[in-house]
Each structure stands twice: as structure tokens, then as C-alpha cells.
Design a protein around this ligand. Structure first.
Ligand code: WTA
Length: 702
């Protein structure tokens, strides 16, 4: 679409681009010959007839202190319990048990952002000692015991997995908050989880700067206190031990430098706590329809089994591979597929502190070459970015991937092909993996040696997962038509509940398609994923995006309610609405529409206040692309803001029928203003796909 004038409206017919079926792309013989899953009998083993026992194949990848007596307990549906009666420890499974064969192998290779500094290899033996010592500190210095919660607010440094595994060793539930989130966002999560201890760091490197991170700890504790939760200790790692990188003072009796107190625990050994399979391993907060974040509670046995199994078959991880997932450990991808899955399998996993395009777009490929990375895992946003700024960079470096992953957002076929041809040099298979914070591990993907790839489609359901696409009334949607994707059966990686909000767990994920609230039969409880999807006749799924009030920015889920509440902390703002705009690099970006209280006038300064409030309440990742100050929001007669209408304005699509609004006259003024400014800034969108168009049309209707 080209927009010569802001007046140009584009009709539905012009925008609709019909979904073209892409050709299959096949894995190489060399890949197939070495793959963990190369025998099609695996599909039979994981067929519905063998559910739920099929998943013992995953559980058998772990070392259990006590074997389970019941594979799946549905007696408290939909709060499923997996491997009941079994006991194990996640830290033992990820560390101790590899010592016999792999003590000197690198468990982690940490790549600091400054390129002049060498990568640091941490062997399984080193990791064992560091985890034990830190566990001793948590137990003896902090008084933590099994079942307590601890909040971590850490960047991509090895101290993060060490701290996670130390918690797991004690049966302490860790809740890692993405390092880029603000102090306030961290504080909300401290309060919700009831953590008394915060683990943080003074600073970390980002695009060349050593960023002050400790300042956020003070904000976090302040916010947690406001919400009724006192934290009594803050453990502060130092990015350069002995040198404090933050301008923030240390609070006497509350803040402690880990490097000053760890010495006391040198050589300490802490016996791994034998935990019931269903004991929570961690919480991972995610956004939803309401403002309060949801703490997805993941189990020890089911979760670890699921990530180990999918890492083995879908990531094709062998113990002697060098595996690099460029996601952040602060998101579920990092928990499952940087830390727990790869380490459970005893492989070498790479942790990179920096951003992929700093100092230039060759950095990831230099890292891959130097470390001999052969499995690579990243997001469409990173791929789009690397393609934009350095399309010819991969060819300059002598690395070879056998396998690559994409995760977090739909990938455009064109971007997929660049990834395959240039990054993968035509040699690597690609798995597009569709899943969620709540699901612990993959739901839709192709088994790399057994199913061909189809660009833009995540592939069929993964083994042991039986999806269905339903319409609003629970009717099955035929192939080729869009609907709500659901998973009919439970699986070991599914979260156990929303921390402290069991009703919300049922309401959000099960209420919509539940057939009988008293049923103990899993068949009556399809899991509602909150994504739109289309199934092709070959059984491959194409994910269309969220159907709820969540905007997926660069693979990060932002709730419209959270964004709007943040804007409303600015005293002059009367009303706020967040909408997605299609963005060529980040998939979606956020635009805010606000109206002012009487007596205030619109200004750049006012817009700046809204942006600042969002950075303070959520973090820089949520920074809006534009803040539009409008005289009045388009509203229904019942007073609901019509987000669909303003989303259409922001994306230059058809605003549709506005005659039923309470104030239809405001729409044209808003459209004219917003689109003129956008045109003058060169912000007109490209031609939208049918899926994008559908998403915008439904936006805010949830
Ligand atoms: C989206 C990230 C298309 C989807 C693991 C989902 C995807 C949300 C894909 C979950 C993919 C994730 N193709 N869309 N391969 N992977 N999504 O919780 O909308 O951060 O519901 O988990 O991201 O995001 P979350």
C-alpha cells in the first residue's frame, strides 16, 4: 500500500492478501543421519491412544529419587498433576548427575558484551560448586527453605542460572523478572509472589554502556512495600566483583554484596532437596487482559520432563553440541531452552550478555564461529533486525549450524527464507516453535528430521499435543478457516495454576470451552491459548496472533491494561487506550491514545510524560512509538473505548462502521490529525497481510 495523502483509505479488498500455501523445505541427509528423533514410530508412541503414558518417555530422561505411581492425576481438574508420587530435584538433574561423565565439559559459556573480553567457560564441576555455595548462602544467610519465593531481577550473566539452580536445589521457588523491566514492575512481582529476598546486580552492559541496575532494586522494594510486601534482604552481585558500578547507596543491614559474603560458603555442599514432582519450581509472570500480571506456576517434575524431552527431540540437542539461544533468561524461552532443557540434557549452553547488533551485525556470527555453536535459537525480531542491518554478514564467518529455531511471533516467509539461506547457509533445519509462558514448552513445531518445514507456519502439533480450532461457540472450525486454537489434552509442561489466583487460572484458560465444570475428565477441559490460528489440510498450523488484549512487541507480551494504567499515573491524563501498529522489525509496536482532564492543553511535553510513565511502570521495552493526545476517545454508547477504531487509524486501515458510536464525529478529526503527522514522518505502513488485517479488525473486542 502506498499512501500519497493521509486521506487515502484502503478498502478491505485491496488489503486482503490471500494466504498462499508455501512449498515444503526438506532437511538435509546429514541432519537426518544424526537426529535424535529419526524414526517415525515416535508418532505412534505419542498418539492419543497412548496418552498420558507416552509422556513417561520424557520423564525417563530425568533422574528420580522416587518413581511416580500415577502419570496424570485429573481429580482436581483443571489443576492437573503429573508424575504424582515421584520425587526429584531439578538442580541435581541439571548439574550433579552430569559430573560423572562431564565434569570438565563447559555447562555454560558466558559471552560478555565487551568484545575485548574473552568468553568465560563454566564447567559442570564449576557450576556444581557455584550452585552449592550460593544455595548455602540462600539457606544460611537468608534463611530460605523449600516453598519460599525469591525474586530475581537479573540480566544475562552466569550468576542468573547459578541463582536459579541454587533456589531449585533448596526447593525455593524462583521468580525471575526480565532485567529490562522497571523497578516498579519488579516491585509488583515481589509483592504478588510474597518474596522477602531480591537478588540483583549492580550493573550490566548494553550497547556499550555499563547500565546502573541496582537503582531499580530500591524502586522495586519501595513499590513492593506500597503493595504490602516487605523485603528484608537484597543480594547484590557486582558485574566487576569488588567494584561497585551503581550510584545508588547500599542500604545498611538490607543490601549485601554477594562477593563479600560468599567467601564464608566456599566449598559448601548442600544436599539437593528431594521435591515432589508437583512442587512448584518457579513462577514466570506474564501479561493478560487485566492489569495484574499473572504468575504462571511451573512444576518440578512435569515441567522439567517436558523441557528435557522437547529439547532432545525438537532442538535436537546432543550432549556434545554447543547450543546458543539468544533469548533472555528473563522470559520463558530462556528458562526452558537456555537453562533447564539444555542443562538437563548435559549439553553446553551459551549465554550472551549483549544485543545482537552491537557493535555491529556481525557479532552473533563471530560468536558462533569462535565457540563452534552448532544449534542456534532466536526470534523473528532479531532475524529481521540482523537482516536489515547486515544481510551479507553471515557469509563472512566460518560457522555451521545444523539446526535453528524461531520463536515468539509469527515469521514472514520472506524473513524465514533469509534465515534459512543466509544464516543457516542452506544447511540448517529450522523449527518454528509456537508456545507460551503458560505452556512451559513447545506446542506447535515440526520434528526436524521427520517433518518438512513450511515457511510461515509453525508446523503440526508437537508429539503428545492434540489441538483443535474452535469458533466462539465451541464448534470445530474447518481447515483453512481461522478460529481460536485450543489444546484438548493436558501435558506435563502446562502451568499448574496462576500463583495465588486459581479462579483466574480457570477463567482465562478453561472457562470458555469447558464442557462441565464438575468434570474430572480431561476431555471436558480444552486449554484456550488466546491465539487465533488456521490449520491447513496437511495439519500444519499458522498462528495469527493474540485474540485477547495483549500486544506482542518483539515477542514480548504487553497487556493493554498495563500500558493504560501506566499512562493514567500521569495526573493530567483522563483516559488512555493502547493499540498495536504493524512494525516491520518488531512485529508490532505500541501507540497510545490519551485524552486530558479539563483545563490542560496538548503538548509534546505532555506526550513525553506518558512515555516516561510507561518506562517507569513497565520498562523501556514498552515505550510507545507515538503518543496521540486526542480531544475525546471514540466510544460506544455504554462508554467503552473503541480500540478497534483507533487501531485502524494508526494502521491506515478502514475504520469500519462508526455510526453506532456515541460520538462518531470525533473519528474523522483523530484520523486526519494522526495520519497527517504519520505521513509527514514517513510512518505509513506496508501492505498488510490478511492475518494482520483480521487482527486489527478484532482488536479490543475481547
Ligand atoms: C506468540 C513465548 C507465532 C503467540 C514462547 C503466543 C508465536 C505468545 C510463536 C506467547 C510462533 C509465540 N509463531 N506466534 N512461533 N511463538 N507466539 O508467553 O501469540 O512470551 O500466544 O511465550 O507469543 O508469548 P510468550
Amino acid at each position: 500500500m502506498t499512501t500519497e495523502s493521509p486521506e487515502a483509505q484502503v478498502s478491505e479488498a485491496q488489503i486482503a492478501v490471500h494466504w498462499r500455501e508455501e512449498e515444503y523445505v526438506h532437511p538435509t541427509e546429514a541432519f537426518i543421519a544424526q537426529a535424535n528423533a529419526a524414526d517415525p514410530a515416535i508418532f505412534e508412541r505419542f498418539s492419543e491412544a497412548n496418552f498420558p503414558d507416552c509422556f513417561t518417555e520424557y520423564a525417563d530422561l530425568l533422574s528420580w529419587d522416587e518413581k511416580w505411581h500415577t502419570v496424570l492425576d485429573t481429580s482436581n481438574a483443571p489443576f492437573w498433576k503429573w508424575f504424582v508420587g515421584g520425587r526429584l530435584n531439578a538442580s541435581y538433574n541439571c548439574v550433579d548427575r552430569h559430573l560423572a561423565t562431564s565434569a570438565n565439559k563447559a555447562a555454560l559459556i558466558w559471552v560478555p558484551e565487551p568484545e575485548s573480553v574473552d568468553p568465560v567457560a563454566i564447567t559442570y564441576r564449576d557450576l556444581y560448586h557455584r550452585v552449592n555455595e550460593f544455595a548455602a548462602l540462600l539457606r544460611d544467610f537468608c534463611g530460605l527453605k523449600a516453598g519460599d519465593r525469591v525474586t530475581l531481577h537479573m540480566p544475562m550473566v552466569p550468576e542468573l542460572p547459578v541463582a536459579m539452580l541454587a533456589c531449585a536445589r533448596l526447593g525455593v521457588i524462583h521468580s525471575q523478572v526480565f532485567g529490562g523491566f522497571s523497578g516498579n514492575a519488579c516491585g509488583t512481582r515481589i509483592a504478588d509472589s510474597g518474596s522477602r529476598i531480591l537478588i540483583t546486580i549492580d550493573g550490566y552492559y548494553r550497547s556499550g554502556d555499563l547500565i546502573d541496575h541496582k537503582v531499580k532494586a530500591d524502586e522495586a522494594l519501595e513499590e513492593a512495600r506500597k503493595q504490602g510486601q516487605e523485603a528484608d534482604k537484597v543480594l547484590v552481585f557486582r558485574r566487576h566483583p569488588g567494584q561497585y558500578a551503581s550510584a545508588t547507596p547500599m542500604t545498611e543491614g538490607r543490601d549485601f554484596f554477594v562477593d563479600e559474603i560468599i567467601g564464608k560458603y566456599r566449598g559448601a555442599i548442600v544436599a539437593p532437596e528431594s521435591m515432589p514432582a508437583e512442587a512448584p519450581l518457579f513462577l514466570m509472570y506474564t501479561s493478560g487482559t487485566t492489569g495484574r500480571p499473572k504468575g504462571a506456576q511451573h512444576s518440578t517434575g512435569g515441567y522439567l520432563a517436558y523441557v528435557a524431552g522437547t529439547s532432545k527431540y525438537y532442538q535436537d540437542i546432543h550432549p556434545d553440541d554447543t547450543y546458543w539461544c539468544m533469548a533472555d533468561i528473563g522470559w520463558i524461552t530462556g528458562h526452558s531452552y537456555i537453562v533447564y532443557g539444555p542443562l538437563a540434557l548435559g549439553t553446553t549452553t551459551v549465554i550472551f550478555e549483549g544485543t545482537p547488533t552491537y557493535p555491529d551485525a556481525g557479532r552473533p556470527w563471530r560468536i558462533a564461529e569462535r565457540l563452534g555453536v552448532n544449534i542456534f535459537h532466536t526470534s523473528p525480531t532479531s532475524i529481521r533486525m540482523l537482516r536489515k542491518v547486515g544481510p551479507d554478514e553471515p557469509a563472512k564467518y566460518n560457522y555451521h549450524f545444523k539446526h535453528m529455531t524461531t520463536v515468539g511471533e509469527p515469521i514472514e516467509p520472506e524473513v524465514w527464507r533469509w534465515y534459512h539461506e543466509y544464516v543457516g547457509k542452506g544447511e540448517a533445519v529450522i523449527v518454528d516453535t509456537w508456545w507460551q509462558t503458560e505452556t512451559g514448552g513447545f506446542l506447535g513445531s515440526s520434528l526436524p528430521a521427520l517433518k518438512p518445514m513450511k515457511p510461515g507456519s509453525c508446523g503440526p502439533a508437537v508429539i503428545g499435543i492434540y489441538p483443535a480450532i474452535y469458533d466462539e461457540n465451541g464448534g470445530q472450525v474447518p481447515d483453512g478457516k481461522a478460529g481460536n486454537i485450543c489444546i484438548r489434552n493436558p501435558w506435563p509442561g502446562i502451568m499448574e495454576t496462576v500463583w495465588g489466583q486459581p479462579e483466574r487460572f480457570i477463567d482465562v484458560y478453561y472457562r470458555k470451552y469447558n464442557k462441565n465444570p464438575d468434570s474430572k475428565d480431561w476431555h471436558d477441559w480444552p486449554y484456550f491459548a488466546g491465539d487465533g490460528a488456521v490449520r491447513a489440510p496437511d495439519g500444519y498450523y499458522r498462528i495469527l496472533g493474540r485474540v485477547d488484549d495483549v500486544i506482542n512487541v518483539a515477542g514480548h507480551r504487553l497487556g493493554t491494561k498495563e500500558l493504560e494504567s501506566a499512562a493514567l499515573t500521569v495526573p493530567e491524563i483522563a483516559e488512555a487506550a493502547a493499540v498495536p501498529v504493524i512494525d516491520d522489525i518488531r512485529g508490532r509496536a505500541v501507540e497510545m491514545y490519551v485524552s486530558l482532564k479539563p483545563g490542560y492543553v496538548a503538548s509534546d511535553e505532555m506526550a513525553g510524560k506518558v512515555t516516561h510513565a510507561i518506562e517507569v511502570e513497565i520498562g523501556k521495552i514498552a515505550r510507545p512509538k507515538n503518543v496521540w493526545i486526542v480531544p475525546d476517545m471514540p466510544k460506544t454508547r455504554s462508554g467503552k473505548i473503541m480500540r478497534r477504531v483507533i487501531a485502524a487509524v494508526s494502521n491506515f486501515t478502514d475504520v469500519g462502521d462508526v455510526t453506532t458510536l456515541a460520538n462518531p464525529e470525533v473519528v474523522e478529526g483523530i484520523r486526519h490529525h494522526v495520519q497527517s503527522v504519520k505521513v509527514s514522518k514517513g510512518e505509513t505502513p506496508r501492505k498488510l497481510t490478511e492475518a494482520e488485517y483480521e487482527e486489527l479488525k478484532k482488536f479490543g473486542e475481547a
